[in-house]
Write a protein that binds this ligand. Structure first.
Ligand code: ZN
Length: 360
């Protein structure tokens, strides 16, 4: 398993601009060698994809909803910029989306048991108008698990990815050169071609998550959809503190010092008002200062660069805040989860325990 997983196994990852940028890191190069086997193996572990996709998609919607609500609380952003930010994450039609919450009603006040299932499409809208709204609701796109073609027997798309590579068991260095060459050629071929918004930018076996600013897309490969990040068997406190935080982290990348330069369609475009941009930079300075002052004894007392790590720090702070608020809302609707036996911790504590576990 560990040989097939790349990236920091317990760390949600950095923003990713496109496949060519990802493919230049040594870890990704190594992964490319193992990609075919890894993709299929990891995908095989998460069979039953439709149900898993619904669960993760539902979590994404919950975090997105909180992101939009939090926008309203911001003092430093003006109404015009908030409207654009809302468009980029696009949740104004969220109430029309059918979520698991709507399929699973809140517990009965007296008995505490789940009520009768119902399907509520939200506000009263004619069916077609509702479907239309749902289809247009998601500005920020999501990819979950793996592309379907990797498990299709008749589809050779995955085989084609490595068709031009000529590997040797004894020549590791030459193998790397082969990959570098193939990656460069693949990247150059994309020049002048329109962006494929549906292309998968990373393999299924990667235990990491991504935001692509020029696609306005968040990606959660199969590799990260497992404990401690997520499991349908573990308490929701752990899921929200794990994959929930990662979801918030990736969404927030769309609004960090890099992602904020792209609009809802992934085009580089300055949609910020002068007022909001000025205050964004002003607020960012606090975080630059805060993180720039953390030192690490094992590194001889050196400190990180608050400027270079700004995007990740903005994403971490935004992610944990959104996920925690989303969990509190979940508890409000579903009731408190029973405590874990033998563990003297509340679920709020468990949320932050899992957050700490996955963040480093
Ligand atoms: Zn990140």
């Amino acid at each position: 398993m560990s040989g097939l997983v790349i990236g920091r196994a317990n760390r949600p990852c950095d923003r990713l601009h496109d496949q060519s940028q990802a493919a230049t890191s040594p870890k990704v190069l190594q992964a490319l060698i193992l990609r075919k086997e890894g993709c299929r193996k990891e995908a095989g572990r998460v069979r039953g994809k439709p149900h898993l996709n619904i669960q993760i998609s539902d979590l994404i919607n919950k975090v997105r909803e909180v992101f939009i609500e939090t926008l309203d609380e911001l003092q430093w952003m003006d109404g015009t910029s908030k409207e654009k930010a809302r468009d980029k994450v696009s949740l104004e039609q969220l109430s029309c989306l059918v979520s698991l919450d709507q399929l699973t009603p809140p517990p009965d006040q007296d008995t505490g048991k789940a009520g009768k299932a119902h399907l509520d499409p939200g506000p009263e809208l004619p069916l077609m108008a509702w479907i239309k709204k749902v289809l247009h609701a998601l500005s920020i796109k999501e990819q979950i698990g793996y592309p379907d073609y990797i498990l299709e027997d008749q589809n050779d798309k995955l085989d084609q990815e490595s068709a031009s590579l000529n590997f040797s068991e004894e020549k590791y260095f030459e193998n790397i050169l082969e990959i570098l060459k193939a990656t460069a050629q693949k990247s150059l071929k994309k020049l002048r071609e329109p962006v494929d918004p549906d292309a998968w930018i990373i393999g299924a076996a990667v235990a990491d998550a991504f935001y692509s600013p020029n696609r306005n897309q968040i990606v959660f490969p199969a590799g990260i959809l497992q404990p401690p990040f997520f499991s349908k068997q573990q308490p929701q406190a752990l899921n929200f503190g794990g994959i929930g935080m990662v979801i918030g982290h990736e969404i927030t990348h769309g609004f960090d010092d890099n992602g904020r330069n792209f609009d809802k369609d992934g085009n580089m475009f300055d949609w910020w008002s002068n007022f909001s941009a000025m205050h964004f930079k002003d607020q960012s300075r606090c975080m630059v200062y805060q993180y720039g002052n953390y030192t690490w004894d094992l590194a001889g007392g050196q400190n990180v660069s608050g400027v270079i790590t700004l995007g990740e720090n903005i994403a971490d702070n935004g992610g944990v805040r959104q996920a925690y608020k989303a969990y509190l809302k979940w508890v409000e609707r579903h009731g408190k989860e029973p405590r874990l036996p033998g563990l003297d911790l509340t679920h709020k504590q468990l949320f932050f325990l899992n957050f700490a576990q996955v963040i480093f």
